[in-house]
Design a binder for this molecule. Structure first.
Ligand code: GDP
Length: 465
C-alpha cells in the first residue's frame, strides 16, 4: 500500500453533498484525525468495511460541517487499499476546508487519475477498464455511458483475453515443437494454425472496423442542415430538437447564422448546425453565412439536405444535390436527402432531383417537417443511414486511439504470421509474429504495458478519480 492521498471526488460547484476521498496505508487512522463520530465510541479505524458513520469534521480543532464517513477496507475498495470517503455539504468552501484538514493531517494531494491508477496497479482494473472509468465520467449521452459501462464491466477485456489465450496456446505449441525437437511434440497442422489465426484476424478486423462507429457515438455526430432558403431547414431543426429554437419565418434567407444545437435520440447525439444555405448572394452578411455553411459541410459526418417539393427546383439546388450525391458514402460521410413539405402538392419527384431509381435509395426521405408525427421516421432513417440502428453499446468496443493502435498492431502481426506460413517459412518465423501479436494485445489491456503508456493513460484523468 502507498502513502495516503486525498482529493475532492465530486465536481466543482454547488451541490447537495461533496465527497473527499482518502486512500492508502493509514487512510482510516488519518480520517479519524479530521472526523469525530456523533457516538464517541465509534471510530473509522475500528469500523468494519462497508459501513457508514455519522458525525462532524474538524479543521484546526474547530467543529465544522456534518459529515458521513464511508469505510472501505483493503482489498475491498475501489483502489484495493484502505479507503475513507468523507461526505459533507456541497459548498465549494466547506469541501475545500475538509480537504485542507485532510492534507494538514498528513495526506498528500492526489495527482490526476491517481486513485484509478492505484486500482490498476493493485489489479482491481485492467488498463481498458481504467480508461472506461474516464470515458464514463466524460460521457454526456446515454449510448456513450452504456459503452463505457460495458468496457468497465470488462467487455473489451474479455474479448482481448480470449484472443490472448488462443495465441498463447499457439505460441506455446510452436515453441515446444521448435525448441524441443527431441521431444515427441505433435506437429502443428496448418488447419490448427490457420484456424486460430483466421478467427483472431476476423475478431480484430471487427474491432478496428467498429471503432469509428463507437467514436461517433461517444463524441456525437457533426451534422449539417443544408438547402436553399425557405425549404424548411429551421422547421426540421425544430422537429428534431422538439422546440422552437431556430426562427421560422416565411421570408427567404432568415437563417443567416449557423445555429448550433445538439439532439439525442436512441442514445445517439447529433451536433447540429443549421446553415444559411448554399446559394449565390450579393449580400455581404449572407455571403459570410454561405462561406461558413460550406466550411461546416466539409466537416460534417452527416448532411441533412432539405428540398421543397412544393415549388420548382432551382439550378442551384440541382447543383447542390449533385455535389452531395458525389459526397455521399465517401470517407464515411452520409447524406440524407429530405424531400420536404409532403403535405403540399408536389411539383417534382425524387427522380427529378437525383435521377432514375432514386425513389428506392435509402438516403431519401419524403416528409413534412412541420408535422411532429414525422419525427420518428426521420430518426429511423438517420440511424439506418449511419448504420447505428443495430449499434450494441454492450459489445466490446475500442474506446480510444491508444487501444486502436494496439489492435492494429496485433492485426498486422497476425496477418504476418499467416503470410509467413503461406510462404512456407518454418514455424520459428510464425512464432515470432505470434509473439508480436501477443505483445500488442498485452499492451492493450495494460499487462506488461510500458510505464510510458500507463503514464499517458492516467495523465488524462481528472483529480479525484
Ligand atoms: P429555412 O429557411 O430553410 O430554414 O425554412 P423555414 O424552416 O424557415 O421554413 C420556411 C417556411 O416553410 C415556413 O413558413 C415554414 O412554416 C414552412 N414549412 C417548413 N416545413 C414545412 C412543411 O413540411 N410543410 C409546409 N406546408 N410548410 C413547411
Amino acid at each position: 500500500m502507498h502513502e495516503v492521498i486525498a482529493a475532492i471526488a465530486t465536481p466543482p460547484g454547488k451541490g447537495g453533498i461533496a465527497v473527499v476521498r482518502l486512500s492508502g496505508q493509514g487512510a482510516l487512522e488519518l480520517a479519524d484525525k479530521v472526523f469525530r463520530a456523533a457516538d464517541p465510541a465509534k471510530k473509522i479505524q475500528t469500523a468494519p468495511g462497508y459501513t457508514a458513520l455519522f458525525g462532524h469534521f474538524y479543521a484546526a480543532g474547530r467543529k465544522c460541517d456534518q459529515t458521513v464517513a464511508l469505510v472501505f477496507r483493503a482489498p475491498r475498495s475501489y483502489t484495493g487499499e484502505d479507503v475513507a470517503e468523507l461526505s459533507c455539504h456541497g459548498g465549494s468552501a466547506v469541501v475545500r476546508l475538509l480537504l485542507d484538514a485532510c492534507l494538514a493531517a498528513g495526506a498528500r494531494m492526489a495527482a490526476p487519475g491517481e486513485f484509478t491508477r492505484r486500482a490498476f496497479e493493485n489489479g482491481k482494473l485492467s488498463l481498458t477498464q481504467a480508461e472506461a472509468v474516464m470515458d464514463l465520467v466524460e460521457a454526456d449521452n446515454a449510448q456513450a455511458a452504456a459503452a463505457a459501462g460495458a468496457a468497465m464491466a470488462g467487455a473489451l477485456w474479455n474479448t482481448v483475453q480470449t484472443m490472448t489465450e488462443k495465441l498463447l496456446t499457439l505460441a506455446g505449441h510452436i515453441a515446444a515443437w521448435t525448441d524441443y525437437p527431441e521431444e515427441d511434440v505433435e506437429e502443428l497442422s496448418d488447419a490448427q494454425l490457420l484456424g486460430t489465426l483466421d478467427a483472431i484476424e476476423d475478431r480484430l478486423e471487427k474491432l478496428v472496423r467498429e471503432y469509428d462507429r463507437g467514436a461517433a457515438v461517444r463524441r456525437g455526430i457533426p451534422t449539417v442542415l443544408a438547402g436553399a432558403p425557405n425549404v424548411g431547414k429551421s422547421t426540421l431543426l425544430n422537429l428534431l430538437t422538439g422546440y422552437d429554437k431556430a426562427i421560422v419565418t416565411p421570408i427567404a434567407g432568415t437563417t443567416r447564422d449557423v445555429v448550433e444545437d445538439t439532439v439525442s435520440f436512441d442514445g445517439v447525439t447529433l451536433l447540429l448546425a443549421d446553415t444559411a444555405g448554399i446559394h449565390d448572394t450579393a449580400d455581404p452578411v449572407e455571403k459570410e453565412g454561405v462561406r461558413r455553411s460550406r466550411e461546416k459541410l466539409a466537416a460534417a459526418a452527416l448532411v441533412l439536405a432539405v428540398f421543397d417539393t412544393s415549388r420548382p427546383l432551382s439550378p442551384e439546388e440541382i447543383a447542390l444535390a449533385r455535389e452531395l450525391s458525389s459526397v455521399h458514402g465517401r470517407s464515411g460521410r452520409a447524406v440524407l436527402f429530405l424531400l420536404n413539405k409532403s403535405d403540399l402538392a408536389p411539383v417534382w419527384s425524387a427522380a427529378d432531383l437525383l435521377g432514375d431509381g432514386a425513389e428506392a435509395a435509402d438516403n431519401i426521405l419524403t416528409l413534412a417537417a412541420s408535422d411532429p408525427h414525422h419525427r420518428a421516421a426521420l430518426e429511423k432513417a438517420i440511424l439506418k443511414l449511419l448504420r447505428l440502428e443495430d449499434f450494441d453499446p454492450d459489445a466490446a468496443l475500442l474506446a480510444n486511439r491508444r487501444q486502436l493502435a494496439c489492435a492494429r498492431d496485433a492485426l498486422a502481426a497476425v496477418r504476418e504470421a499467416k503470410a509467413a506460413r503461406a510462404m512456407g517459412l518454418d514455424l520459428d518465423a510464425v512464432g515470432v509474429c505470434v509473439q508480436d501479436a501477443l505483445t500488442a494485445l498485452y499492451s492493450l489491456t495494460g499487462k506488461n504495458a510500458a510505464d510510458a503508456v500507463v503514464d499517458e493513460v492516467f495523465s488524462k484523468f481528472c483529480v479525484g478519480k
